[in-house]
Design a binder for this molecule. Structure first.
Ligand SMILES: Nc1ncnc2c1ncn2[C@@H]1O[C@H](COP(=O)(O)OP(=O)(O)OP(=O)(O)O)[C@@H](O)[C@H]1O
Length: 233
């Protein structure tokens, strides 16, 4: 069953500082991701992979097309959803591991990780237990768990970010280079966590530059070059 269907999506960027110049980035982006499948976006740097992920998460607006997902048992179009609806979709349906953790002052790593579960109504102590399990699995030293991640290393912050993205049972999980700053041992943990999500029926859509990781996780690779806009039109 398709959990996510991207249909004829297009994205332009308008350069307001350059007299409103419109840059077409991608067009006619169409693909689907089924439950239990990991689809990887491929293609050269600058081709639009991150832009697609940001549109699917609602961070970037969409200039044309639809982003259909099963939300609360019904098909819904994220591309035309209002901000309040997008936040509801993020609370229950669609999760995202960004390239970099956005740290919040004075919030401990455990609470940063537990927050998406608490927001979804899980009791705080239970959410923190789950957060501890994930941080241990990702080999984050226990002495760091109660500290705010602002001073953590790049790889430590990324592991907090991964734990936060993987803690819920959302049916769609977006991954923007989750293994980029990790060592081999922790890359292998992330590959195993992805396999577990697939086995649970999660639909995963991601960007992985590491060829070995990509081969291990991808059921299908979509070359985004094929969505380059037809500039002759
Ligand atoms: N907010 C923005 N404003 C203007 N142009 C943007 C914006 N975001 C992305 N772009 C442009 O859109 C194009 C696609 O960028 P995107 O980050 O999606 O590519 P990518 O395939 O993910 O690249 P990489 O592999 O290097 O991360 C690039 O030419 C980029 O400069």
């Amino acid at each position: 069953m398709d959990m996510l269907q991207v249909e004829n999506v297009a994205k332009n960027f308008t350069m307001h500082l350059r007299g409103g110049l419109v840059l077409p980035i991608i067009a006619k982006v169409s693909f689907a991701v089924a439950a239990g499948e990991c689809v990887v976006l491929g293609g050269p740097s600058g081709v639009g992979k991150s832009s697609i992920l940001k549109m699917v998460y609602g961070n970037y607006g969409v200039d044309a097309g639809k982003i259909m997902l099963i939300h609360n048992g019904q098909m819904a179009d994220l591309a035309s959803a209002d901000p309040r609806q997008i936040l509801q979709m993020r609370a229950t349906t669609i999760a995202y591991v960004s390239q970099f953790l956005r740290t919040v002052p004075r919030v401990s790593a455990i609470d940063v990780v537990a927050e998406p579960l608490v927001t979804g109504g899980t009791e705080k102590a239970k959410a923190q237990d789950r957060a501890r399990q994930l941080l241990a699995r990702l080999n984050l030293p226990e002495r760091l768990w109660s500290l705010p991640p602002a001073t953590f290393s790049g790889g430590e912050q990324q592991r907090v970010n991964i734990a936060r993205g993987f803690i819920t049972d959302h049916k769609i999980l977006l991954l923007d280079e989750p293994t980029a700053s990790l060592d081999a041992k922790n890359r292998a943990v992330v590959v195993a966590l992805i396999a577990a999500k697939k086995a649970q029926g999660t639909a995963l859509l991601g960007i992985f530059h590491d060829e070995e990781v990509r081969q291990q996780v991808a059921d299908r690779i979509i070359d985004v070059t094929r969505f380059a806009p037809d500039l002759a039109a």
